[in-house]
Design a protein around this ligand. Sequence first.
Ligand code: G3H
Ligand code: 13P
Ligand code: ZN
Length: 320
Amino acid sequence: MISYKSLGLVNSREMFSDAVVGGYAIPAFNFNNMEQMQAIIGACVETKSPVILQVSSGARKYANQTLLRFMAQGAVAYAKELGNEVPIVLHLDHGDSFELCKSCIEYGFSSVMIDGSHLPYEENVALTKRVVEFAHQFDVTVEGELGVLAGVEDEVSAAHHTYTEPDQVEDFVKKTGVDSLDISIGTSHGAFKFKPGQKPVIRLDILAEIEQRIPGFPIVLHGASSVPQEIVSEINQFGGKLKDSIGIPEDQLRKAAKSAVCKINIDSDGRLAMTAAIRKVFAEKPEEFDPRKYLGPARDKLKELYKHKIVNVLGSDNKI
Ligand code: G3H
Ligand code: 13P
Ligand code: ZN
């Protein structure tokens, strides 16, 4: 058993209570490799933002669980070396079983998500409660989910979203003991959320109802990428073939971040940014073959994107 505390990581409890009171949201950025981790930490150090380093089970398979844990430990030292000791949470994204959550906790994660949203309500409650009881023995925080997001989640797919029922949240939070709750109010996973011409709407009215039932309780939004149109154009300009799509408008996320929404998940926008930068190098300098010459610009573009999200969307800058 490796305690996250010995790695210099923190759980999300204090981060979330500060964010709810302060009217901002903590960035939860997914990482699978060194360049993504460097971009995340670089952006957070420069903007003085706390951060959640998020690992999906797909990331765990891709990069190896032991390496990812050492990278998170390295992230703590890296932030210090860059000049700001930003608080860092290592979080399991979309945990789909008790066993996976347990394994991550034993490997040094400070926070886990148990995603039972696709299960019947009582089964979701029972599974989430089981994870909470195990996690809390080690002061690890737990995120649960109520309501189903559209799009493809990591091994959890849902053709259509089902909005979270405000009537259920109080009961769910009380019965499970979760530390935060992911809700479904119109966001969705992936880079293909809405067709151009559609009007993406985050149901801030449902969010307000939920807040009334569980005042001050930390709320999480998944599927919050905005699919920046200039980045999609750049990818296609340099040989990509992405179909037209739009994401969640950043002004709506900014409004949500000012409420009890205290964690916002962004992955797809980062994937797009890296792809655009790499395609540009390949198109403009076809003679290049040193990975640093294309992964470096990808890392730089990712860092700029994250700084923009932190300052202009989440409002988590200067919060350490
Ligand atoms: O919501 C899922 C995240 O974007 C992680 O994606 O399962 O492909 O790593 P992944
Ligand atoms: P996006 O696909 O909108 O970036 O959402 C990521 C996410 O919710 C990770 O859990
Ligand atoms: Zn998600």
